[in-house]
Write a protein that binds this ligand. Structure first.
Ligand SMILES: *Cc1c(COP(=O)(O)O)cnc(C)c1O
Length: 359
């Protein structure tokens, strides 16, 4: 509880719950401890207490850092000299940053032309070797899996259980902050590692006596990339690149989380996602990337229709709802600019002209 402020990463905070020992070198960028921000406007609209877990404030701008600190620490402990991952963007940004920190090599396999600008530049800046394949994320992950047996190479996708272990710490933080688990937890679902991780975290803290209950887990997929909702793999299409996944690696983990918690997997359209992104930024001052806005879009959709299409979302007055907003809006500036038609109003360089356009 009393680590110095320069040592507040998730391994340092939660080592008793993580697969680390004294022999594990801790590769950290002080990830985690992200704010749980109360949302007055969503609370008013739902009648519940709504909070946003803003994971875009992690060191590389997404929740992937929580998993990557554990994955890189364990990879270095086992003697890896290279880490490799398939990515829709944020995994590669996190892997590259933590590999730089650990002074080992990082290779990332990306679907060509499908990575948001901010994420791609991160991979380069942190010094990763970047390979763009002519295929989608699922193809990239298949290739990475084939690296499984190569000496000295560690896979740091969420098929690596160390990633799930690190990511579960977000649930711990929420319980510590609220004093107990919320009633409902809503998050976007792509490869389904994160919903699996949150559910693991909620269960573990309850077993440890740190909370009295567990939330219903509600996951939202994009309508054009909704394999779990539909029950079969798909060719994924959505503006929300971080959840553009057609055959999730942690499919079973998502199904278990939903079944055991009494939650559901539902869908939102790209239009609903982009509207929610803009709504959240302009109403609550929180700018998230499109995939992250899927959780907000989902809550708004359930409100307008009274319920999810797959499960009655049991909103109750005074209940607590936590939404994970998974990544920072600056990761992908193109999508909201295009959607909002944003452009500055031009004016001559004098007060009268500027006042005229402002009035
Ligand atoms: C990775 C990611 C997701 C999807 O998480 P999964 O664990 O793949 O379900 C959602 N939003 C953002 C911003 C991400 O980086």
């Amino acid at each position: 509880m009393n680590q110095p402020l320069h040592d507040r990463g998730v391994i340092s905070r939660y080592k008793a719950y993580l697969p680390v020992t004294e022999a594990t070198p801790v590769i950290s960028l002080n990830e985690g401890s992200t704010p749980l921000i109360h949302s007055p406007k969503l609370s008013e609209r739902t009648g519940a207490e709504v909070y946003l877990k803003f994971e875009g404030l992690n060191p590389t701008g997404s929740f992937k850092d929580r998993g990557m600190t554990v994955a890189l620490s364990k990879a270095v402990e086992r003697g890896a000299s290279t880490v490799i991952c398939a990515s829709t963007g944020n995994t590669s940004a996190a892997a590259a940053a933590y590999a730089a920190r650990a002074s080992i090599r990082c290779a990332v396999i990306l679907p060509a032309g499908k990575i948001a600008a901010g994420k791609l530049v991160q991979a380069f800046a942190y010094g990763a070797k970047v390979v763009a394949i002519r295929g989608n994320f699922d193809d990239a992950l298949r290739i990475v899996r084939e690296f499984g047996g190569v000496d000295g190479v560690a896979i740091v996708n969420s098929i690596n259980p160390d990633r799930i272990e690190g990511q579960k710490t977000a649930s711990f933080e929420i319980i510590e902050e609220l004093g107990d688990a919320p009633d409902i937890h809503i998050l976007p679902v792509g490869n389904a590692g994160n919903i699996t991780a949150y559910w693991k975290g909620y269960r573990e803290f309850q077993s440890a006596g740190r909370s009295t209950r567990r939330p219903r887990m509600v996951g939202f997929q994009a309508e054009g990339a909704a394999p779990i909702y539909l029950g079969h793999p798909v060719e994924p299409h959505t503006v929300a690149t971080a959840i553009r996944i057609g055959n999730p690696a942690s499919w079973e983990g998502a199904n278990n989380a939903v079944k055991e918690s009494g939650g559901c997997i539902d869908i939102v359209t790209d239009q609903q996602i982009l509207d929610a992104q803009q709504w959240l930024a302009s109403n609550e001052g929180i700018f998230v990337e499109p995939a992250s806005a899927a959780s907000v879009a989902g809550l708004l959709k359930c409100l307008s229709s009274g319920r999810c299409t797959t499960c009655p979302l049991p909103l109750r007055a005074g209940g607590k709802i936590v939404l994970t907003v998974t990544g920072h809006g600056l990761k992908d500036p193109e999508a909201p600019v295009k959607h909002g038609g944003f452009a500055p109003i031009e004016a001559d360089a004098d007060l009268t002209a500027v006042r005229r356009v402002l009035d």
